[in-house]
Write a new protein. Sequence first.
Length: 687
Amino acid sequence: MTFSDTIRSSSVSNMGWLTCMIFSGMVLSPAFLERLMVWRLKSYTGDKPCSTTSTSTSKFAQETGRYLTKYQLSQSTVAKANTLAKDVQTEAVTMLKNDDANLPLANKKVNVFGWGSTNPVYGGTGSGSMSEQYKTTSLLDGLKESGFQANPSLTKLYTDYRKDRPVVGMFAQDWTLPEVPAAQYSDSLMQSAKDYSDEAVVVITRVGGEGADLPENMRAKGITYHDNSKDYPDFQNGEHFLQLSQTEKDMLNLVTKNFNKVTLVYNGANTFQLDFVNSYPQIRSVLWCPPAAPTNFNMSAKAKAEFTNNGNYKVADHNKSSDAMPTTGAKNGIRLADMHGKSYDDPQWGKLLDQLTFKDMDTLIAMGGYGTQAVKSIGKVQLTDADGPASLNNNFTGVGSIGFPASTAFACTWNRDLAKQFGEMIGQMAHDMHVAGWYAPAQNIHRNAFSGRTFEYFSEDPLLSGVMASSQIAGAKKKGVYSFMKHFAMNDQETNRTEMLLTWSNEQAIRETYLKPFEMSVKEGGASAVMSSFNYIGPVYSGANPVLLKNVLRNEWGFRGFVLTDYFAGYGYQNGDQEIRNGNDSMLATTDITNHVKDKSATSLLAMRQASKNILYTTVNGWQYANGEPKVATPVWRTALYVLWGVTALLVLGFEYLAISRFLKRRKAAESVEAGAPAETPASAEA
């Protein structure tokens, strides 16, 4: 074998080695490994991983949500939560009218009219939506469980007409109100209904959600809805969403023509225009049933059958160029767990904060979406915060908790004890799901009946709102869960909410009405976390308003904790540098945009240091640090990846060793052959 033959041979070997390295590089790359793990996990389970509802998580988290560490509620917590939620709904259902003692219902058989009876409103949309992983109890199910029998012919009429409710989402809304036209109620159907029972219940529903206010003119440009009949429009120009549609009017005319004892049930959070009730003497009773959560309509049914009579610290400003550059990256050996229970003014905080680097603080501040980030230099673990005013929704794993009646329903109970029990149950469910913070309660004022998120807020009354909110916060805090009271402040409109919406008022109204619930939540509920709002108060963005976030919240009320923005997407006015200098500590962001701090001056680092302290003070006093440094469970998929990385690395080293050894042996053999060959002569050279 000549040396050139050896080179060709070794080139083949090198090509094999190179192919191995390329393949190994692919395997070692996180993207390839992530996809490989998804494929393998699917092959083992034979199904697809469940998706999450979060658009902010990584693609891997979305694809493998089923295989992340998903802390579920225990059966004991589920049972207790359901019981409490039912108690809340029992007291929340409000009787607005009951002429001639029409309620409780005398007949166990009842005709239930209205498409909404088969598709009631359980909550709202957006961050206030609830998990669908638990058994749903519909209004008709609740009637059955309470001993009533609903006319099956009417139920079939509605389910055959349409099974699903039109979607009112954050980015697109279909305001259609499905209802069977009166012409489709045959004479035989109405006669059989009268034979079935002399009792009639009419259900009217309305839904709202985050990102869109309810239409004040159903015929306005840009409003999507579909009429129930080609023969007539459901709404005339100028008519709004919170009044009867023409099809609902026709149904009501039909029912009151055939029945003399009618109960009207309004199922929704927004105040409905009920002036029509006075035109129908047959409507003896009116019930308001706020959104009841998916498991709790059995109690609203019970309400039809029974009557219940319920009984000082100052943030330092650093605006001088002569301010000293703060210490960063020190090695003081203090762990965050050491600060649990320590005073906010304890001198140890200064030494702990000295250990933080610029990157530590920037990550903690900029990436505050649905949790707080890990900080290795002080032993802080990553913690998860969950959204939802009436439940807990983990945006990363897709796991949700038991849903409760809407905040409006709690206000209807006038029962602070139930509100506190709900807060405690949120805390218990948070323990089961390993959740640290809760993005609630929302306590904006019912300023306008058409607000899309009315269901998330308690009342138009600031005192009632404050009592309910502070009680819920105190209950959650008892379990070590910090509540982000929101949206601070005057976030009373969804339309154009991220488009520099300016909200105007005078100081007296702001303090006495719009800020009062928040003040009570700090002073009476012990709130230690806040979510600021999208809107501007006058010409100043709420999330960077020093008068609101420093002067009032901290200096006047004595709040100690951290302020988080509402969802951070830039919007042309959200900026991390600006916000930390004006009282906002963390950005509700999961991607890299204008949330990161760019300025590395002394004044910027001092602001970052203050924001970091506020975040750390709240998190270390949560339940997960109550017994020292939390243990972080490693998900199975991550352990599997580590093993795969190790095995692949060993294979690469082995292949490399074999390839190099083989190459050296062949080169040595080739050199020996050439050394023993006879030298060429001129003659042979000429030949």
